[in-house]
Design a protein around this ligand. Structure first.
Ligand SMILES: [Zn+2]
Ligand SMILES: [Zn+2]
Length: 503
């Protein structure tokens, strides 16, 4: 009993000394004060300003390895490592869409990219819409491997109405004297994800998102955050080469500028693949740096931890032209070795392409290959009108003349959308496929389709599309059958090239 009293007494003494410790910030009893904002403590005259540098990547889209048309990450790695080593207050962040878009990244389902981010010590990554392309289980797997948190304050489970557990609303980076709060959110891009990959979740957007970010910011500030960065996978629709003012009206499609009135101190953006450095009504900066390793965002702030004020001292997008002058880092080769088996498919030679083909021309060919595959599989049982649907080529957007490897097709047609036979009303066939003004719809008509002449709006017709087009609700399609699992647009094109189709 006596022992217990003593230990309780000891505990109380410890608590008292602990609390006096927190009051005694860096030797200044009662904590630093800087009412005049001159950067020096009014009491102890020590500097109360720390410099913090953010290096932010958005929409890298899996571009890890060098290709003929695309720089890989070997030089950027060196650039980031040098800045991270020389500056202990450097923070690396990602604004999402990191994984989807190259063979090496897709064949490893984001793992190779996650390893690279671990190696560099990323502080956090906001989830982009394309992180959902393979389904939630792959986000969970990468989350298990990542040594940094995935952020998305607004991804909720439909059943429980709770935030999903593979991402968190925010994180805090402790830089000693200063604490940096980082809040992440995915923008209003739910409908750009194949519906079956996100059927269990929903994204809170608009006013609901604003409220979530405000609450989180208040919580972080209460807990001691001196500065708050908002990393949003959404952005402005235009690039700009000068540092421009942007009005609240122009931001309003994706950002509520009330957030700039004290809730967030800088906004890193993505998703629209534009490049800009701009400031809003409250002089809060918004940055985005293109896509696919063409540039990264860099800002520097002086943060006064005595009075919570911060001052931006540098805001720029750093172009690949600059960091590609750095030497190659060996990590990319090491990761290539680690994942050699998984990514071998990327370098498989398919054959020759005689003429340069634009992405548009590639999509036209794909529409025809959908039709041909559909006719072969279902042509006896169904009068198929057409093949195709929403098709959009990705970076490098073109198929160059010469030898083609599977990885080339993986970059242009990265999406794992299966090919399906669907029924459609005459009304939607006409409106969505035959007479659409959406230039991303490519169709190839069958003999039956060409001979159709007149579309009866109330009749049922049959089309061959991919699952993305099939699930896009406004198309009004009903899936009847699938060509099989793991056969995608690029696989039909690969087979076509192997058979000499482009020679
Ligand atoms: Zn993107
Ligand atoms: Zn995106």
């Amino acid at each position: 009993m006596k022992n217990r009293i003593i230990s309780l007494f000891t505990l109380a003494t410890m608590l008292i000394s602990l609390s006096s410790c927190t009051l005694n910030v860096n030797g200044c009893s009662g904590g630093h004060k800087d009412r005049g904002n001159d950067g020096l403590c009014d009491r102890c005259n020590k500097s109360v300003v720390e410099t913090v540098d953010f290096y932010v990547i958005n929409d890298l889209h899996g571009k890890i390895l060098d290709t003929a048309n695309q720089p890989g990450l070997d030089e950027l790695t060196t650039y980031l490592k040098m800045n991270g080593l020389s500056d202990e207050n450097a923070i690396f962040l990602s604004a999402g869409d990191m994984w989807q878009g190259s063979s090496e990244s897709n064949l490893t389902y984001g793992m190779m990219m996650t390893d690279w981010m671990n190696e560099l010590g990323f502080a956090a990554m906001t989830l982009g819409n394309h992180e959902f392309d393979w389904g939630e289980e792959y986000i969970e797997a990468c989350d298990g491997a990542a040594e940094f948190p995935f952020l998305a304050i607004n991804v909720y489970d439909k059943d429980t109405n709770e935030r999903v557990d593979y991402c968190q609303p925010s994180t805090v980076v402790d830089l000693g004297n200063i604490q940096i709060g980082i809040i992440g959110a995915v923008g209003d891009c739910y409908s750009s994800i194949s519906a079956d990959k996100v059927e269990k979740v929903y994204f809170k957007v608009g006013g609901e998102l604003t409220e979530l970010v405000m609450e989180e910011s208040e919580r972080l500030r209460r807990e001691g955050a001196d500065f708050i960065a908002y990393v949003l996978h959404d952005g402005y629709g235009r690039s700009s080469s000068s540092q421009d003012y942007v009005s609240p009206g122009k931001l309003s499609s994706y950002y509520d500028d009330e957030l700039s009135s004290g809730y967030v101190d800088v906004v890193f953006e993505g998703h629209t693949h534009q490049s800009y450095v701009m400031y809003d009504n409250y002089e809060v900066y918004h940055l985005q740096a293109g896509s696919e390793n063409r540039a990264i965002s860099h800002v520097e702030f002086k943060v006064n931890y005595a009075n919570g004020k911060s001052e931006l001292t540098l805001a720029e997008t750093v172009s690949n032209d600059i960091y590609s002058r750095y030497a190659d880092d060996s990590i990319i080769d090491e990761l290539s070795d680690k994942y050699a088996d998984a990514i071998a498919e990327a370098t498989r030679v398919l054959g020759q392409n005689r003429d340069f083909l634009s992405g548009y021309e590639v999509c036209d060919i794909v529409a025809r290959l959908y039709l041909d595959a559909g006719l072969e599989e279902w042509g006896d049982a169904y009068d198929i009108v057409l093949g195709g649907g929403y098709l959009s080529a990705r970076s490098p957007y073109n198929l160059y003349a010469g030898e083609v490897v599977y990885g080339d097709l993986h970059s242009i047609l990265p999406f794992d959308n299966e090919i399906v036979l669907c029924s459609v009303s005459g009304y939607n066939l006409n409106r969505r496929f035959l007479n659409t003004d959406n230039g991303d719809y490519h169709v190839s008509l069958s003999e039956y389709g060409e001979g159709l002449g007149y579309v009866d709006y109330s009749s049922t017709y049959y089309v061959v599309v991919d699952s993305y087009t099939a699930q896009y609700a406004p198309n009004g399609l009903t899936v009847i059958a699938g060509l099989g699992p793991n056969i995608y647009a690029r696989d039909l094109l690969a087979e076509y090239i192997e058979n000499g189709g482009l020679e």
